[in-house]
Design a protein around this ligand. Structure first.
Ligand code: CA
Ligand code: CA
Ligand code: CA
Length: 572
């Protein structure tokens, strides 16, 4: 987290609280130009060493309150897996000091996932423990890994107590309702184990990891955060919040105790601009880091119209690609202008590193067809080491030399740009797999080819014929619709026998239309032969609690793009 933005956001939340609340040349190749065409692609070539899939940051700062977010994510996991997303970074899942408002970065009870009534709420902002568990299970069933966000620099929400270490009163008395990992003054700095560590986050009590009670509660005990989140809840890996606040060696200890992919948020003294500082953190933690230098490099390149900076800026994805998690936007930083974000995503998806998509960019802001195309390109073309071929103020051309590799051309000007460049492909027809130019370009016997990119756009070229083309359909999207008045303050929730309908869980809150028609749009695998569903009534912003009576509504062989209306059976 970033201090300024975090403080501002907490203040904002508090103010809200106070005022209210690949094959032959003939068979070839188009990457998906819409979501329906996407299938898992079987690559002819398997030599791929430098990417680890595509992550999704499955939240943003102010996701809707009310305990529905786990259900919202669960409704999307199968469609995300189908387009090639491989892992989810979930928000901090336990109860925070600010209760129903908490985004989770003020942890009070590490073992209350919305199943203990404290801090003014039962459910967390994201939902209940059962909903979290259902979401994780659905993600696993879809083939996704799920990473937990671990905040272990500080805590929030302790009661006042006399603190012999300070001679005064400190808010360091933590008696969590879960009963697990209670804490007191000596668990925080200054402690008899250590006076201080690297940094304190604002005025939050700062955990002393040298105290064995703290390291035990966080990772080394059998009922520690690390063990419970991995072995009971089923998290597969970790995102560590604000590692600037303590020794990154504690991240190593945590991951050694509960192994899995891990990435650290580490800014370093130069505030995210020094690759050397991030590398020092990686040397200590042994884990990946978010590539802040890459993000800031893209920001400077696009906002200053100086794409040469993409070539000259040091980035973790260039110096240590296997430990770089690249990103464009996250819940703290939104510095790259919206109209440059697709070019920025093209950059990270066509370079080394593990790209992390931001929920809002993918789901609402950007052209999802283009984003899905870039995910396809990352999975099927991006491989090898990048060499920059040409860069100036408004153009950037680079080649990845792997298998099959690619040639990316970013154009930041207001007109089409064309360049003749030397590539690794001799006498080859090159195709723009980004679908931003229609015609192929052929290289000569020396690899020389003339390529272009449209105004404020990008093209991503590779040899026609190297990749099995995607065929067929993998998902279908349908609408369920029902007429039912459920009275003010209540909503109709749709539940059913697939992940998009919460697997007979509390259901997905429908959208209301005039005349009391409720609808929900769901995406299911194309192989789905039937859908059984019912509705539940529940309070708006909450979850479905009362079941509709009678037999299930059944849709056999659901057809993509169809709205299915059924009649309420009764029951509430
Ligand atoms: Ca809920
Ligand atoms: Ca600290
Ligand atoms: Ca130029």
């Amino acid at each position: 987290m970033k201090i300024k933005s975090m403080l501002f956001k907490y203040m904002f939340l508090i103010s809200i609280a106070l005022t209210q609340y690949s094959c032959s040349q003939e068979e070839i190749i188009t990457p998906p130009d819409n979501q329906e065409n996407i299938v898992p692609v079987v690559k002819i070539n398997t030599k791929r060493g430098n990417t680890k899939g595509v992550m999704m940051q499955a939240f943003y700062w102010d996701v809707p309150m009310g305990g529905n977010w786990w259900g919202t994510i669960q409704g999307k996991v199968s469609s995300w897996a189908n387009v090639g997303i491989t892992a989810l970074w979930m928000p901090p899942a336990s109860k925070g000091e600010s209760g129903p408002y908490s985004v989770g970065y003020d942890p009070f009870d590490y073992f209350d996932f919305g199943d203990f009534n404290q801090k003014g709420t039962l459910e967390t902002r994201y939902g209940s423990k059962a909903e979290l568990q259902s979401c994780i299970n659905a993600a696993h069933n879809a083939g996704l890994k799920v990473y937990a966000d671990i905040v272990m620099n500080h805590n929030g929400g302790g009661s006042a107590q006399n603190n012999p270490n300070t001679g005064g009163s400190t808010n360091t008395y933590f008696q969590p309702a879960s009963g697990i990992f209670p804490r007191g003054y000596n668990d925080f700095h200054p402690s008899t184990y250590a006076n201080a560590d690297a940094k304190v986050f604002a005025s939050y009590p700062d955990l002393c990891h040298k105290n064995p009670w703290v390291s035990g509660g966080l990772w080394s005990n059998t009922n520690s955060v690390a063990q419970y989140y991995k072995n009971v809840l089923g998290f597969d890996g970790w995102r560590f919040d604000w590692v600037d606040g303590f020794s990154p060696s504690y991240v190593k200890n945590f991951v050694d105790a509960a192994p899995g992919f891990a990435v650290t948020e580490y800014w370093g003294p130069s505030n995210g601009t020094s690759v050397n500082e991030l590398q020092a953190c990686i040397n200590s933690s042994g884990q990946s880091s978010f590539d802040f230098p890459c993000m800031f490099g893209m920001k400077n390149a696009f906002t200053n119209n100086n794409l040469a900076l993409l070539s000259t800026t040091e980035m973790l994805c260039k110096s240590n690609p296997l430990k770089a998690v690249t990103f464009v936007t996250n819940h703290d930083i939104n510095d790259i202008p919206d109209n440059k974000k697709l070019q920025a995503y093209a950059f990270i998806m066509a370079h080394e590193g593990t790209p992390c998509l931001f929920y809002t960019d993918y789901e609402t802001l950007l052209d999802k067809t283009k984003m899905n195309n870039l995910i396809w390109i990352n999975k099927n073309l991006a491989d090898g080491k990048t060499t920059v071929i040409y860069a100036d103020n408004d153009e950037y051309i680079a080649q990845m030399d792997g298998d099959p590799g690619l040639l990316i051309y970013i154009n930041n000007s207001g007109s089409t740009q064309t360049r003749t460049v030397t590539t690794k492909w001799n006498n080859t027809s090159l195709h723009d797999f980004a679908n931003n130019t229609a015609s192929n370009s052929s290289s000569n016997s020396s690899g020389v080819v003339t390529i272009s990119a449209p105004a404020n756009n990008y093209t991503i070229w590779s040899s026609d014929g190297t990749v099995t083309p995607p065929t067929g359909t993998t998902t279908k999207t349908i609408v369920l619709r029902m007429l039912k008045d459920v009275s003010n303050g209540n909503s109709l929730f749709f539940s059913g026998d697939n992940a998009a309908l919460t697997n007979w869980g509390n259901g997905i809150q429908g959208g209301w239309n005039a005349g009391s028609y409720w609808t929900v749009t769901i995406t299911v695998p194309s192989t789905t032969a039937s859908i059984n569903w019912k509705v539940r009534k529940g309070s708006t912003g909450g979850s479905g609690t009362i079941w509709e009576s009678g037999s299930n509504h059944v849709i056999n062989n659901p057809v993509d793009g169809t709205t299915y209306t059924d009649t309420f059976n009764g029951g509430f």
